[in-house]
Design a protein around this ligand. Sequence first.
Ligand code: SAM
Length: 273
Amino acid sequence: MAISIPDTAFVIACYRANHEAMSCDPFAKLWVKPGLQAWVDEFAAEVSQYDEILHCMRNRYFHKTLNEVLEHDSKLLCINLGAGFSMYPYNLSESMVTIEADFEDVIQFKKNAIANFEAKGLLPARNVIRIECDITRKEDQLRLKSMLDSYKNYKKVIMIEGVFFFLNKDEIVSIIDFCRDILDTGDVLLAESFEDHTKKTEVWNRLKNYFEKELHSSGNATTLPFSFYKNLPGFHLKRKNSTLELAKELRLVPEKLEELEVLNEYCYFLVRE
Ligand SMILES: C[S@@+](CC[C@H](N)C(=O)[O-])C[C@H]1O[C@@H](n2cnc3c(N)ncnc32)[C@H](O)[C@@H]1O
């Protein structure tokens, strides 16, 4: 069954739709289309049966964290880099303004689909600006930066979720440099990635094989060590959570499930110094 990288955004929306209460995303179902469940089932059988629920924990983490920041600063600008089919703005306070950045084809598709959902009255009105860009390119980063002049008195949160996996280390560093440049003291960077030790597991090998087979990718996904975030110049690491830990807290996976048996993702809450 051939699948492309943008299709991964559909598959994870399907995960969220299958567990609305856990993922905190009642609008994910708008993206579900025939055939997706077959990919979900195939991935569960060939790679990991726990990926679906752990991914929902990721969405839940970002949703709850944005909500927590909103409780302190209602004038919030959320900049979602590599937004895919995320629906955070529609599930959070209307006081939040969102900029979503992604490749042209994803943004065009999403813009049309959202306009269609809105016309049918399926979504609440929210202030979302969508920008077509390659977030690793300097010119595109500058274009994004120029949009921020209108939001000078807003607290900013940049979120980068499900993206570093697909980029190389230089591209990641360039994006972090960009974040450092546009964030002011007290602003927040929420980032997510796999840690290096995951690459030594059987489940990672299965993921690599699956991607080589289905995405025709090299399978050379990027992982980052904890020290990368802990020592990030210009940022203070406020906390780190893993999707496995969150699933265990909610008793959604067996208590004794070991980290090396799952694709455990780490979410980092960083504050600009
Ligand atoms: C796996 S999806 C994750 C989507 C969303 N953040 C989520 O977690 O549900 C990865 C997204 O990152 C986008 N992306 C990857 N590399 C990018 C780049 N260089 N510039 C812009 N978007 C990128 C892809 O198009 C895709 O929408």
